[in-house]
Design a protein around this ligand. Structure first.
Ligand SMILES: C[S@@+](CC[C@H](N)C(=O)[O-])C[C@H]1O[C@@H](n2cnc3c(N)ncnc32)[C@H](O)[C@@H]1O
Length: 354
């Protein structure tokens, strides 16, 4: 692949989508995860090399944990007799929509919206248009519209939007919360709504991501029954030698992580939400999630897939990545009870932990 032109400073950030998609493809191919759709978003998928076992385990743990939080969100919404809305910001080539829309919880989805830079959404829109396995999940051809020069898709549930998440959200994402001449607003503030930021906020300044989280919070807390959740997955605690090596490797690719700077420790991560008036927030490292939150039967299964040389090395990597989840149920009072249960549930201790 040719290097991006030097003036295009966002190109290296967009290229991280390639890394994420290749990591997912590798974890699927090595049987850590099952995902029949990811191959359609990777060019020359069958020629792509697999990633090292350590990366595959990390991808597995991160995906399982986010899947669990998303599934819980959908189940809590159903318990309330409501459908839910999911917005994936910096979605890249992610396939979660296709998994959910073909899975047992599909009837719970009111809207699934993906946002990324226009260069990425155009590529994704083309892949969807080209591939029947992908497009058929969106609905009948007459219900699927391409827009904005091929960078946007709208369909009954799935919407793909081009936007720079660092821009003013009321302009860049205005169609989500305000009706336009041609279309109703996409988001219903009365439905439980989940934001997913999977490895994206680290590339933005803390002020830019605060503005974004605050904007969604304001929209959903404008109603008595507004319920908003958010999941953030990213690297943190980069002040140690591991972090310095990671930052210097990324620097050679012209990528920096301004969004990781305010989070030197695990304890600092929930402040991302609590400082913006979300009701509650929690964070766990991938190391902890692997040890105490993943089903032991699954852990046993994946331990047989590939030889992992060094558990210490795996732990060192996994303790620099975390999943943080925040909840805003500002006006629910006593009714917030079921939503307070939302979070990763610790399983029984596994032998390896003892
Ligand atoms: C590491 S990839 C992760 C992709 C996907 N969330 C996943 O986990 O598979 C980061 C994604 O965030 C997107 N991104 C980063 N900064 C962005 C911004 N300011 N506006 C829109 N998208 C952005 C990139 O284009 C890329 O697709």
């Amino acid at each position: 692949m040719l290097p991006p032109p030097p003036h295009d400073t966002d190109a290296p950030i967009r290229l991280t989508d390639n890394d994420a998609a290749l990591a997912k493809l590798s974890a699927v191919r090595q049987n850590y995860l099952s995902d029949q759709f990811i191959k359609h978003f990777v060019s020359r998928a069958s020629f792509q090399p697999s990633r090292p076992p350590l990366i595959n385990v990390g991808t597995f743990v991160r995906t399982k944990a986010i899947d669990d939080l998303v599934n819980q969100w959908m189940d809590l919404s159903s318990k309330e007799g409501k459908k839910c809305q999911i917005i994936s910001l910096g979605a890249g080539s992610d396939t979660r929509f296709w998994q959910l829309a073909t899975g047992t919880r599909k009837d719970c989805l009111s809207k699934y919206i993906e946002v990324d830079f226009p260069e990425i959404t155009m590529k994704k829109a083309m892949a969807i248009k080209k591939n029947k396995d992908l497009s058929v999940v969106l609905g009948a051809p007459a219900d699927i519209q391409l827009g904005q020069g091929g960078t946007a898709i709208s369909s009954p549930i799935y919407h793909l939007l081009p936007a720079d998440l660092r821009s003013d959200p009321s302009i860049a994402l205005g169609s989500l919360t305000a009706a336009t001449e041609n279309a109703a607003r996409l988001l219903d503030p009365s439905l439980p709504t989940l934001l997913i930021f999977e490895c994206v906020l680290a590339y933005m300044s803390p002020q830019e991501s605060d503005t974004l989280l605050k904007w969604f919070h304001t929209y959903f807390s404008s109603r008595e029954d507004g319920i908003l959740g958010a999941i953030v997955y990213e690297m943190f605690g980069l002040g140690d030698s591991f972090g310095r090596v990671m930052l210097s490797n990324l620097k050679t690719r012209n990528v920096s992580l301004p969004g990781a700077v305010p989070y030197p420790t695990l304890e600092s991560l929930p402040s991302r939400f609590l400082n913006l008036d979300y009701t509650s927030a929690h964070a766990l490292t991938l190391k902890d999630i692997r040890r105490t939150f993943i089903d032991p039967i699954e852990l046993d299964r994946i331990s047989k897939l590939e030889m992992l040389d060094e558990i210490e090395e795996l732990d060192l990597v996994l303790e620099h990545y975390a999943i943080t989840w925040g909840l805003s149920t500002a006006h629910l009072g006593n009714r917030k009870a079921p939503w307070g249960e939302w979070g990763l549930q610790r399983r029984e201790q596994h032998e390896e932990d003892e």
